[in-house]
Design a binder for this molecule. Structure first.
Ligand code: GDP
Length: 140
């Protein structure tokens, strides 16, 4: 079993799609191991996306991610990281494969409904960012 980090982004929460996306993920075999609702501060969003700080879209991305509440969740499944990336679809919602979360609920390359860790190493770091030690140990 592996655990990965997802974030239902502000567009999903504002549109009332959070419950549907969580149900979609459960139907894909993920078990919820951690769940919270939070409105990210500028500092939190900048830190979470620090890897993108030189990219031209960084400031827009931070503004988007701090626009309203998000739902970070820890998701457990075999091959969780790779499977979540498949279930999410391509970054650009317009290019996302039919039936993927971004195809169903995303509206652009930026407002693409959902985040998912892109490697097992990043999943460990991103889970640590949003969930405390007790949550992480419980999900191992
Ligand atoms: P992901 O791993 O598929 O989420 O994609 P990336 O790590 O490359 O980008 C992180 C997030 O930045 C994406 O999920 C989008 O919300 C946003 N993003 C990526 N590329 C672009 C872009 O070209 N323009 C804008 N405005 N946002 C982008």
């Amino acid at each position: 079993m592996e655990t990965t980090l997802t974030i239902l982004k502000p567009d999903s929460v504002a549109a009332g799609n959070a419950g549907k996306i969580l149900a979609h993920l459960e139907e894909e075999g993920f078990t919820l191991r951690g769940l919270r609702v939070m409105h990210l501060t500028q500092a939190q969003a900048r830190a979470f996306y620090a890897v993108h700080k030189e990219r031209p879209f960084y400031d827009d991305l931070v503004a988007f991610m701090t626009r309203g509440p998000v739902i970070p969740a820890a998701l457990e499944r075999d091959n969780a990281v790779a499977h979540l990336r498949q279930v999410m679809g391509a970054t650009d919602s317009a290019q996302a494969e039919e039936g993927t979360v971004r195809n169903l609920y995303g509206t652009s390359i930026e407002e693409n409904a959902i985040h998912g860790s892109d490697s097992p190493e990043n999943a460990v770091k991103e889970l640590a960012f949003f969930f405390g030690e007790a949550d992480r140990i419980a999900s191992l």
